[in-house]
Design a protein around this ligand. Structure first.
Ligand SMILES: [Zn+2]
Length: 94
């Protein structure tokens, strides 16, 4: 049986600009890189990789939805589960 447990948590930001081409924006210009600049190419590669990862996660979640298991949040020991709140029913008198 194949078991895959993967923790996917990206909470990192990157702020970078090419010194030669400070107006280059990989979101808008894509692979249209002036003069084959290596810095712009690295920015493009990073942006493209981000898009591919997001796409792969979406596809996996869609395909694996029937059998994927999400971990339930941990419950602390010793703290008894709080009783379910009771519903209070009031009769309305006309
Ligand atoms: Zn550049």
């Amino acid at each position: 049986m194949l078991k895959l447990r993967m923790k996917l948590k990206l909470n990192d930001g990157v702020q970078a600009k090419c010194k030669k081409h400070p107006k280059y924006n990989p979101e808008k210009e894509g692979s249209n890189i002036k003069g084959g600049c290596s810095t712009c190419l690295q920015l493009w590669d990073l942006y493209r990789s981000k898009l591919e990862l997001e796409r792969a996660v979406r596809i996996f979640q869609r395909n694996a939805a029937p059998w994927i298991k999400y971990r339930a949040p941990r419950v602390k020991r010793g703290s008894a589960a709080a009783p379910a709140p009771e519903l209070e029913v009031q009769e309305l008198t006309p």
